[in-house]
Write a protein that binds this ligand. Structure first.
Ligand code: BES
Ligand code: MN
Length: 448
């Protein structure tokens, strides 16, 4: 294996780290939350900041607009004659922060602790944006291959306008290979190449037992409250061992890799007495089997509750689905299961929410060989072929549009990044290594 070009690139990326970190801090300071009810102007600000970063990195940049959608950012470095073009994907929107008290620092004020940068979006997915920009910077914008950067602003809300973006701008996104920097590494300092993504379907269920609330002592006994009905319904979604009980869904097998229960428990901060649920390998359960969770319930707060029978209650139910599972069929199976399991004849209405499709990547060919070599060089160890339990709605639709492009799923985050939760963070040394890997990949692909 020839390593000659990596020496200058390695130095270059090391010298660029203050710049890359400043880019990340700029982005983290913008509360670009794509969930409804948050200030949409912040998504325009983060799109503009992303555009500025990419243009400083040497790309020709513009905002892509779809009526009613947050702007996406397109950056381009034209391919030298005869060289391939790579599309680099990331998203500039973030999840809401949840309760401020749960954070140990301000969510939108980046702060470093023990080599990690904390703040909402630091890992999911603003580090993806700055690592793409960093890879361009490593070549002063004169990359040895063509580069198109596409940074969307609504991934965390399920990319509802994705089809419209692809219809209007798809031609400009054509590429031979795609790096989606929205997954992560296997461990801090140990690279990963993600080979599969789960999809997601979700619905809201409302049950009603009464036209209005009544005295719980006067009528409790024969008359059911809606919250108990809802609890019994939700309890049927798993069997006693914790396996998903919805029938007819695809299940697959995953490489167990070297993940022990003990390590997983540390990663998620699991309480000592709480047991893992479901059967099969841990990685099967995280990547290749369905998973159901109840995300929220609308019911009286305890402090506002009184001695009444609650007349109606609602829950939001989310189901992850493995590659090979059709999303529409999964949605139907979930809704049918819920409807069938509402006890005592209570009224039920269920509204489906959007879905994201699962996706299986290939791992074959010279593009993968180039990335494996680049990651091995940058991290000093080989990338782990891992799966992911999360969803990136962009991937399946994009892959259908570009059937001949090789898709690679990377990212600088790690299992301690706390994506979507409080105290989100990213390891700064891993940003450096991931950026170097991407830059080396450009070199190796150009010469392959
Ligand atoms: N980066 C995640 C997806 C992800 C998570 C990939 C874990 C690999 C490992 C992405 O930003 C995300 O959170 N997507 C949403 C999609 C949803 C809103 C349709 C998700 O999975 O909840
Ligand atoms: Mn996310």
């Amino acid at each position: 294996m020839k390593t000659a070009p990596s020496v200058p690139l390695r130095d270059r990326v090391r010298d660029l780290m203050p710049r890359i970190r400043a880019d990340l801090e700029t982005l983290v300071r913008i509360p670009s939350i794509s969930h409804p009810g948050h200030e949409p102007s912040q998504l325009r600000r983060s799109a503009e900041a992303t555009a500025k970063i990419l243009s400083d990195a040497g790309a020709e940049v513009r905002l892509l607009e779809i009526e009613g959608a947050p702007p996406a950012v397109l950056g381009r470095v034209t391919a030298p004659a005869g060289r391939p073009t790579v599309l680099l994907y990331a998203h500039h929107d973030v999840q809401p922060t949840g309760a401020r008290e749960l954070w140990h620092s301000e969510p939108f004020e980046p702060i470093e602790k023990k080599g990690r940068l904390f703040g909402r979006g630091s890992s999911d997915d603003k580090c993806g944006v700055v690592m793409h920009a960093g890879a361009l910077r490593a070549f002063d914008g004169k990359t040895p291959i063509g580069v198109t950067v596409f940074v969307e602003g609504e991934e965390e809300w399920g990319s509802p306008n994705l089809a419209k973006f692809l219809e209007r701008y798809g031609d400009e996104l054509r590429a031979d290979a795609v790096i989606l920097a929205d997954s992560g590494n296997w461990r801090t300092g140990q690279p990963g190449l993600t080979m599969s993504l789960r999809g997601i379907v979700a619905c809201d269920i409302e049950v009603r037992t009464l036209d209005h609330a009544v005295h719980s002592g006067e009528f409790g006994g024969p008359v059911p409250d809606a919250l108990t009905v809802l609890a019994k319904t939700l309890a049927t979604l798993h069997d006693d061992k914790g396996n998903v009980a919805v029938a007819g869904l695809a299940h697959g097998k995953a490489d167990p890799l070297d993940l022990t229960e003990e390590e997983l428990r540390k990663q998620v901060g699991m309480r000592p007495g709480t047991r893992l649920i479901g059967e099969g390998g841990i990685t099967d359960r995280m990547w290749m089997k369905p998973a159901i969770s109840v995300l929220g319930i609308d019911a009286p707060k305890i402090t506002e509750s009184t001695n009444q029978l609650v007349p109606s209650a609602r829950a939001r139910v989310s189901m992850r689905i493995p590659p090979g599972q059709d999303a529409d069929a999964a949605m139907k199976a979930l809704i049918d299961h819920l409807r069938k399991n509402v006890p005592w004849g209570a009224d039920v209405s269920i509204s489906p929410r959007g879905h994201g499709k699962p996706y299986q990547l290939s791992g074959e060919g010279k593009t993968y060989a180039a990335m494996r070599r680049a990651m091995t060089e940058a991290f000093g160890r080989e990338p782990v072929a891992m799966g992911a339990g999360g969803t990136i709605p962009f991937v399946a639709d994009f892959a259908r549009m570009l059937p001949n492009a090789t898709l690679l799923l990377t990212g600088a985050s790690d299992p301690f990044s706390n994506a979507h939760s409080e105290d989100e963070s990213v390891d700064l040394a891993d940003i450096e290594r991931s950026t170097l890997a991407e830059a080396l990949f450009f070199e190796y692909l150009a010469r392959s």
